[in-house]
Design a protein around this ligand. Sequence first.
Ligand code: MD3
Ligand code: FE
Length: 202
Amino acid sequence: MALSGFRHLPGFLDRQAQMRLKAALDDVLEVAPLFVPVMPRSGRPFSVRMTNCGDLGWVSDKAGGYRYQPTHPDTGATWPAMPRQLTTIWKAVADGAPAPEACLVNWYAPGAKMGLHVDRDEEDLSAPVVSVSLGDDAWFRIGGRKRGDPTEKVLLRSGDVLVLGGDARLAFHGIDRILPRTSDLLGEAGRINLTLRRVRLA
Ligand code: MD3
Ligand code: FE
């Protein structure tokens, strides 16, 4: 892997830690149901459903585009607090970056994917993004700073953590596909990815 700031920590969470995190997320989902984000201008829906926890959440709709806001786009309620397990993971791997403000929860049903993109809606682009995978395996793809740069694929499994800092922070990346029923953690086919992010400058 040519990108210096890319760290893959396979099996960072053991099965018990994954189950505890899943239980905490069930509480988040009860208060902040999954919504369908829609692309700016085209109005095309994402195949991934989303919600958030923490002070800020990432949302997207046709009129307002990509942004962070303190409230759920459908219910208008403030996002639920970030579970303690997540701030603990951030402290362990984020190299002293200021506290995370947003946790984007991505839900992949079988067939859902996420095209190659760069995450740059955050004001603080010096903090890493920390990703936690739960449930079915997925093929993650990461390239370079330019869309045409060569890419590599990495299999992400339940309990894996990724740290995307340095060069990797502004790299193109996406999810090609999930491998339904490769994990029994969620009790149904699908995958959850959590991304912890610092949004504003500290
Ligand atoms: C590399 N999520 O939410 S996580 C996203 O599995 C996103 O749901 C994917 O891309 C998922 O924006 C990939 C790994 C990841 C997350 C953020 C990154 C890789 C990243 C930000 C910059 C570079
Ligand atoms: Fe991303």
